[in-house]
Design a protein around this ligand. Structure first.
Ligand code: T1G
Length: 647
């Protein structure tokens, strides 16, 4: 099958693209479109052209897999110019997404129509590059500079309805797209044609506009360079003639395409598409997920319930007594109320979400649920008692999952009948917000149960990563190593504040000590104490000394730092200096620039051990865990990518 075919509906030609999975602009597709322009220009029967795609989407952009290879003719900017300069007007008929080069092709067309729910966008900055075929130059000419800055520097696609309001598309067509686009073309032919986008004027904003936008973009980019370079292209697009601005954009595009950040973001792009669909499970159908239950309505349970409700699933909440049921339901309601306050939900939506949760103390209510997630206190005896009840009351094929951070899921599952349906699911707090979900099978877990865990992640919009069993699984095991390594630097005399600042400079929102102060030092402390009580040799940490002195973090007014009342600003603490002074043996100092590489190397070394032991299936999975669960800067690609041997 050719990737581009032409059919006719009277005097309207339909150019159809069929290049699965997402109609990416491969060389064959570019050539096919190039030839179509020539053929249709030469055909006197044809008055207008509708460009339409088969499959799940309009053109989703350049082929990301071709990025590392030498570019081949026809180049995309030339193709877009050729469509724009065609003798007949082209109408882009958009369903699914018109992204990157796909939207640039659409902007080369004289008109753009889309089905409701379709989206358009220029996600290039999320790949560490800028649009390479006129995206920064045509968007301001089409929809004004403000709308262009929002679209290009965020990289976020917008829905057809919003795109219509912004002037990015001409019409939203209800019903059949092909028929709607042909009708649109006929009506358009009866009126004077608008100018091609490249010939339209653009109103250049003043210097104050650019200064304000630069500040805002730098703040959200957090070290990523592409959004700022894109903003610079947009400014040139507003201030320079079309051709000059195109040349500037192209130069920036080629410069960034070879950059380290772009390589890292491409790595994350493919990792994020591979992790949710492990090859071993491709042929395994997940079990249906229609009804769910959560055991425990504390912080974690309530967050998990909110996530399940957000995906439209009904939830039964089980707690041990009526009072706890009421508290749990209140916790869930509070989560939705928060979303209402932030303008993310209407009060009616929040009420509907809350109404979908039924609280009870009676396990008999679980006789027909498809999935149960246990999120009770991290104590093996408590958890086992829950699973004994679940074993008695749930269907034999219901998936039974434990949410645990540190306990061994094998011990929790011990004695459970039909352990093939058992699974560990490690959610991150707040569970309705954090994207990461570690999926931890036990030896008995069936492929179908595992596939259902991945299907659940998709339903919840989470990034699932399969993890084997060890203390802390993937993420918390690396976190522990990272914190120990940071403490080791303190012990050799590096200032706490310097370590945090170095990690912030690297791209984390917080350094390791600030993060502990925010989350509380006591959880890890109690866990170490538990291990010590169980006879394990756990060395004394500086964190232990602080907790014993009552310094558990911000909640107690101090941890690694001091905090004034009503102020989250961390101040270096002379009390801490006194408490840990005896443990510090100043050795060779450390340059500020050496700190982050040293700590990232420790994370990667732990990652390598995790990989060697088979706890993680791929280095890229470890990178995803760090990016989606621990604030690792996405544009660095994760610890494994950032420290890989360069070829
Ligand atoms: N290139 C190559 N492969 C791609 C691809 C692309 N652009 N987009 C998706 N795939 C593969 C993906 O790896 C997966 O493969 C399969 O398609 C389905 O993807 C000049 C420089 C369109 C919203 O960033 O956002 O244009 O795993 O699971 O959920 O300025 O794909 O099956 O083997 O994501 O239905 C800009 C990225 C490029 C679009 C569909 N474009 N894609 O979502 O499917 S830069 C993008 C998406 C550019 C110009 C520049 C989504 C989607 P496999 P999927 P989906």
């Amino acid at each position: 099958m050719p990737v581009v075919t032409t059919t006719y509906e009277g005097d309207i030609a339909l150019v159809s693209i069929d290049n699965p999975p997402v109609n990416a602009l491969s060389q064959a597709l570019r050539q096919g479109l190039w030839d179509a322009v020539g053929a249709l220009d030469a055909d006197p029967q044809v008055k207008a052209v509708v460009l339409i795609c088969s499959g799940r989407t309009f053109i989703a952009g350049a082929d990301v897999a071709e990025f590392g290879k030498p570019p081949m003719e026809p180049h995309l900017p030339d193709l877009v110019a050729r469509i724009e300069g065609a003798a007949k007007p082209w109408v882009a008929a958009i369903h699914g997404s018109a992204l990157g080069g796909g939207f640039e092709v659409a902007m080369g067309c004289r008109f753009r129509v889309a089905v409701p729910g379709a989206s358009v966008g220029l996600p290039e900055v999320t790949l560490g590059i800028v649009p390479g075929a006129g995206g920064t130059v045509r968007t301001p000419r089409l929809a004004g500079v403000e709308a262009a800055v929002d679209l290009v520097t965020s990289g976020k696609p917008i829905r057809a309805e919003k795109a219509r309001a912004a002037g990015l598309i001409d019409a939203v067509v209800e019903g059949d797209l092909r028929d709607g686009a042909v009708t649109f073309a006929r009506v358009a032919l009866s009126k004077p044609l608008p100018m091609p986008v490249s010939a339209r004027p653009v109103v250049a904003p003043d210097a104050a506009f650019w200064a304000a936008r630069e500040k805002a973009v730098a703040r959200t980019a957090k070290g990523a360079i592409a959004p700022l370079r894109a903003l610079d292209c947009l400014r040139k697009a507003a201030e320079m003639p079309f051709d000059e601005a195109m040349a500037q954009e192209r130069a920036t595009f080629l410069d960034l395409r070879g950059s380290e950040q772009a390589a890292a973001l491409r790595h994350v792009f493919f990792a994020e598409r591979a992790a949710p669909r492990p090859a071993a499970l491709r042929q395994v159908a997940p079990l249906p997920l229609r009804s769910t239950a959560v055991i425990g309505g504390g912080t974690m349970g309530a967050g998990i319930i909110a996530a399940l409700r957000g995906a439209g699933l009904p939830v039964i909440l089980i707690e041990r007594d009526e009072e706890a049921v009421a508290r749990g339901l209140a916790n869930v309601a509070r989560t939705f109320d928060g979303a209402v306050k932030r303008g993310k939900l209407t009060a009616t939506q929040a009420q509907a979400l809350t109404d979908g949760v039924t609280g009870t103390t009676d396990y008999a209510a679980l006789s027909d649920v498809d999935l149960v997630i246990e999120a009770v206190f991290e104590e093996i005896g408590v958890k086992r008692a829950v699973f004994a009840e679940l074993g008695r009351h749930c269907r034999a094929d219901a998936v039974l999952a434990t949410n645990t951070s540190y306990l061994d899921p094998r011990l929790i599952a011990e004695g459970l009948p039909q352990a093939a349906r058992f699974l560990g699911l490690h959610f991150f707090s707040p569970a309705n917000v954090m994207k990461l979900l570690e999926i931890v099978p036990v030896p008995e877990t069936s492929d179908q149960t595992l596939a259902t865990g991945f299907a659940l992640a998709r339903l919840l919009g989470k990034m699932p990563v399969k993890a084997g069993i060890c203390e802390g699984f993937i993420g918390n095991r690396i976190l522990k190593r990272y914190r120990m390594a940071a403490e080791a630097l303190v012990r050799r005399g590096v200032a706490i504040a310097d370590i945090d600042a170095a990690m912030r400079d690297y791209g984390f929102a917080m350094g390791p000590f600030e993060a502990q102060d925010l989350g509380g030092l006591d959880i890890a402390y109690l866990q170490r104490e538990g291990a010590r009580a169980a006879g394990q040799a756990v060395p004394e940490t500086l964190g232990d000394i602080l907790v014993r002195a009552g310094r558990k973090g911000q909640k107690t007014g101090g941890g690694w730092y001091d905090y004034a009342a009503d102020d989250r600003a961390a101040r270096p603490s002379s009390v801490v200096a006194g408490l840990i002074g005896a443990w510090i043996t100043p050795g060779r100092g450390m340059e500020r620039a050496e700190i982050a590489p040293a700590l990232i190397a420790e994370m990667a070394a732990e990652g390598q051990a995790i990989l060697t032991e088979g706890i993680a299936s791929a280095a890229a999975d470890i990178d995803l865990v760090e990016i989606h669960g621990y604030g690792f800067p996405r544009w660095r690609g994760g610890p494994m990518f950032a420290t890989r041997a360069r070829e």
